[in-house]
Ligand binder design. Sequence first.
Ligand SMILES: Nc1ncnc2c1ncn2[C@@H]1O[C@H](COP(=O)(O)OP(=O)(O)O)[C@@H](O)[C@H]1O
Ligand SMILES: N[C@@H](CCOP(=O)(O)O)C(=O)O
Length: 317
Amino acid sequence: MAVYTQVSAEALAAFLARYDAGALVSAKGIAEGVENSNYLVDTTDARFILTLYEKRVAADDLPFFLALLDHLAAKGLPVPPAIADRDGVAIQRLAGRPACLIRFLPGVSVSHPSPAQANAAARALGEMHVALADFTPTRANSMGLATWRPLLERCGRDIDTIRPGLYDRVAHALDAIERDWPRDLPSGAIHADLFPDNVLMLGDAVTGLIDFYFACTDLTAYDLAVMHSAWAFDAAGAPVDAAVGAALLAGYAAAAPLSAAERAALPLLARGACVRFLLSRAWDWLHTPADALVTRKDPLAYLHRLAWYEAHPDCFP
Ligand SMILES: Nc1ncnc2c1ncn2[C@@H]1O[C@H](COP(=O)(O)OP(=O)(O)O)[C@@H](O)[C@H]1O
Ligand SMILES: N[C@@H](CCOP(=O)(O)O)C(=O)O
């Protein structure tokens, strides 16, 4: 359950009074998610998401994220813009945290995506990259290549309590990833965390792309690699139907150009994605208190995916 910060009904009602958004009817903490506190808020006017930004989201980065959402929403993509209050302010403080009221989007995230759903979601990623080609703000990737070895060092040998030998295994994988990481592929604003839980769908149609709080400037093909690492495997890290992986590539390529060099780099970029999520999950695994109201994600699922990509260098035909 991801509600780290409790908001009283009185504080929420006072917060809503700043907006032309109706009066508070109900508010419920949302179980999904691990990064921020999210509430589903119903008012006499509409339904909203209230997000209070927690550990990994720096308040200084919020203007970048909100500008990105506004840019995409203005171009008709299904992303939820933050709502401004009567004074035009979207980034607020509530219960001691930075907070935004966000437009609610319909749809559910799929647990076992079909090839048709993977195709539609990857197409939406491609459309997003095309729509962001004229987005000028930049943000360095706070979870990018340069941060992986320092994060491994910060986990230290404690990571071996998750699995004996894990430190050396990740260090060895990183040696090759750092050595071969491409420097000359197209870059731009990317989502960097487009897992199935961050895509809302109704049937095979995408109704929402959400959770842009890792968005940054990085290789656009890396965004597709992140998506592949998240969509083409089950929760334990075993590969699903190969048609899902193929559908991801076809869907993306239908919306955005994918050069031969980008295609060739995808296996390495996917190994990088595996190390990135393995390490952030391992850090959380080691540092989340046992009584925390959040479900820790399994770092080893990403070790299995890493091994799969290493064993299948031709998996992106
Ligand atoms: N704009 C939105 N419209 C509808 N539901 C949303 C929206 N934003 C978030 N949610 C719901 O809240 C959950 C958690 O949001 P998310 O941004 O993924 O949290 P976290 O940043 O903690 O991972 C999502 O899985 C979804 O159910
Ligand atoms: N997608 C990441 C963790 C970030 O969680 P999210 O709920 O913000 O998508 C992972 O699975 O490790």
